[in-house]
Design a binder for this molecule. Structure first.
Ligand code: FDP
Ligand code: ZN
Length: 285
């Protein structure tokens, strides 16, 4: 079986360099925006460069696609893996010192959800943590005393207590609004920082709940990007025992992707909450 160890090691090296940059660099804006129209911070660009440099040392990697770059880029003609990454997700939260993260989707020879073989994310918070989803295991690591130390594996319960609803309520559909209200009336707690990495990480570690980012009036197809953000987290959630669907009720990992920057609506969570989404939002079951 092929080992992804050199890829995971490159991600660890990148994570430590990005953590260093977050600590030491300022939060100035760069004079440009990325493909999705987000204004880039100098730190977004620096994090992107760090990851591209570390991945260029791994011959197994054929191509990379970054949220911060318009087009995918070939690294090694003889490589096999395609890696899509969001170098610094939630970077607009850095100036208020909230947690941010890096997200990686590792695809086998094609930019397609059906070819996703592993996903990794790193959380830069008060502590630096990494989660890898590969070979049926969701492994959780914490950076401590100079190395990533493995903790217990992550497993979602069937029903959680947290509700993380993205986007502004003004843009929500009536069905989505009533879903969110119904969860609150069942006693769910609001836990939403505005960074998908810490928000999804919190739900995973606290046993379950729902993270949602629906299609809205201004972004009917959703905001979060398939290749760099939603597919990798859908992979993590499924391996942890959860479910990930879009607002039509289609399994996220069955969706197609025709452009590296394509977005989708998404609902990720434990079983109970996603069954509710299927009934209340998608009109299924
Ligand atoms: P950001 O724009 O700060 O990069 O990547 C998109 C993202 O953050 C996610 O991390 C986050 O979940 C979402 O946008 C937050 O968007 P809203 O403020 O619209 O809820
Ligand atoms: Zn992002």
């Amino acid at each position: 079986m092929r080992t992804l160890a050199p890829v995971f090691e490159a991600i660890e090296r990148s994570a430590l360099r990005i953590r260093e940059a977050i600590t030491n660099e300022d939060t100035d804006y760069a004079a440009q925006s990325n493909q999705s129209g987000d204004i880039q911070l100098k730190l977004d660009i620096l994090s992107d460069l760090i990851i591209a440099e570390e991945f260029s040392k791994v011959p197994l990697i054929k191509a990379i696609a970054s949220e911060e770059k318009e087009e995918a880029e070939e690294l090694n003609a003889s490589g096999e893996l395609f890696i899509a990454y969001d170098p610094l997700d939630g970077s607009s939260l850095i100036d208020v010192n909230l947690s941010v993260g890096s997200i990686f989707g590792i695809y086998d020879g094609e930019w397609s959800a059906q070819k996703l073989i592993a996903a990794v994310y790193v959380v830069y918070g008060p502590r630096t943590e990494m989660v890898t989803a590969y070979h049926n295991n969701v492994r959780h690591y914490i950076y401590r005393h100079g190395r990533f130390k493995e903790l217990e594996q992550i497993r979602l319960q069937d029903k959680g207590k947290l509700n993380a609803p993205g986007a502004t309520q003004q843009g929500w559909s009536v069905k989505h609004k009533s879903l969110i209200e119904s969860l609150f009336s069942e006693g769910y707690r609001l836990r939403y920082s505005g960074g998908m990495v810490p928000d999804l990480h919190q739900i995973l570690l606290k046993g379950g709940g729902l993270f949602s980012y629906p299609g809205t009036t201004d972004k009917p197809g959703g905001k979060l990007r398939k290749l760099f953000e939603v597919f990798p987290f859908a992979f993590v959630y499924e391996l942890a025992g959860g479910i990930a669907i879009d607002e039509q009720g289609t399994r996220i990992l069955d969706l197609s992707c025709n452009d590296p920057h394509e977005a989708t609506s998404c609902y990720l969570g434990s079983r109970y909450e996603i069954e509710k989404v299927k009934r209340d939002v998608c009109g299924l079951g």
